[in-house]
Design a protein. Structure first.
Length: 316
């Protein structure tokens, strides 16, 4: 994930994320990178409101209808539904019947506060669902508020998954892998823990360089057969526009927060960029550009994202 907040106000630095290429062999730098990511998400775990599920979102009327058919009224309370749509869209492309998960083990890597996997546990009735995240605070909070029989959360490293070979039926990875120092190491771990015939569903934001790098990795013998490569930028941009509309959840959350005038002004100007606004065509306001020039804000919250993509691979 990139810049994040309680939902839209407490922005964290994203200058450590890796949207270009692997940092070949730079173990010290990788260690610092992971520590910074973990510290950032530890802070967010302590400050986020209960029920927050955060990603840039996804919107497609058919997907929203399918969710509502499985969970009637899911849009009626506490959510704009866009983040849930992204999770549902990721899972529906796995070629298992959504009603056939009774014997399946579903693992989410990069689960954050656990709300995404908690949502999926309402979509499918799996034998076991486990969320893994680098942030210890996020995992503590997820277990305290969400865990129950068949659903739990563990602290761990995406590049060193604490699971046995061939243990997982479906591995879910949503808007998280750009935080990992080595995408190749992660993909090798994915292949190791998946059962033969198991599926990996991966959604993330991509620069042109990052996409080219993944394309080269797909040509390697990683034990994965790639069966879907879909550009979902339009659906993600639709969700961002929905959130940033005058009656959308961004402005609603801003109105509900008890913050000072200066903080409110900054959140209103900077917030759209932090929630994917640049990717959806929103530009900096004059005041935002001034704050960047003064050094109050980083010159760029996110590297320029060219596409938002969904991949599915099967373990050979």
């Amino acid at each position: 994930m990139g810049a994040r907040e309680d939902m839209y106000g407490l922005f964290t630095s994203v200058n450590e994320i890796n949207l270009t290429d692997d940092q070949d062999g730079q173990s010290a730098k990788e260690g610092t990178h992971k520590k910074n990511i973990s510290t950032s998400y530890d802070l967010q775990a302590r400050m986020s409101k209960k029920g927050i599920l955060w990603n840039w979102g996804y919107h497609d009327e058919q997907v929203a209808k399918e969710i509502n058919d499985r969970i009637p009224g899911f849009l009626d309370y506490d959510t704009d539904g866009f983040s849930e749509e992204l999770y549902f869209a990721a899972l529906r492309e796995v070629p298992f019947d959504l009603d056939g998960y009774a014997d399946k083990f579903v693992l989410e890597v990069g689960c954050g506060l656990g709300e995404g996997l908690n949502f999926l546990s309402r979509v499918v009735d799996a034998k076991s669902m486990i969320g893994l995240d680098l942030s210890d605070q996020a995992i503590r909070r997820a277990n305290a508020s969400l865990s129950r029989r068949g659903l739990r959360y563990v602290q761990g490293d995406a590049e060193h998954l604490p699971f046995e070979d061939g243990e997982v039926d479906v591995l879910v990875n949503i808007e998280s892998a750009h935080n990992y120092p080595s995408l190749e190491t992660f993909l090798r771990e994915v292949a190791r823990v998946l059962k033969p015939g198991g599926y990996f569903t991966h959604v993330d934001l991509y620069t042109t360089q990052r996409h080219a790098f993944l394309t080269r990795l797909q040509e390697k013998d990683l034990g994965l057969e790639w069966v879907l490569d879909r550009d979902i930028s339009a659906q993600v941009q639709a969700a961002i526009h929905g959130r940033l509309a005058p009656d959308g959840s961004f402005h609603k959350a801003l109105r509900e927060q008890r913050v000072g005038a200066v903080q409110r002004h900054m959140a209103k100007r900077v917030g759209p960029e932090a929630v994917g606004g640049s990717f959806a065509g929103y530009t900096d306001s004059g005041s935002t550009r001034l704050l960047k020039k003064m050094g109050v804000l980083p010159s760029q919250f996110m590297p320029p994202v060219d596409s938002y993509r969904h991949y599915v691979a099967q373990r050979i």
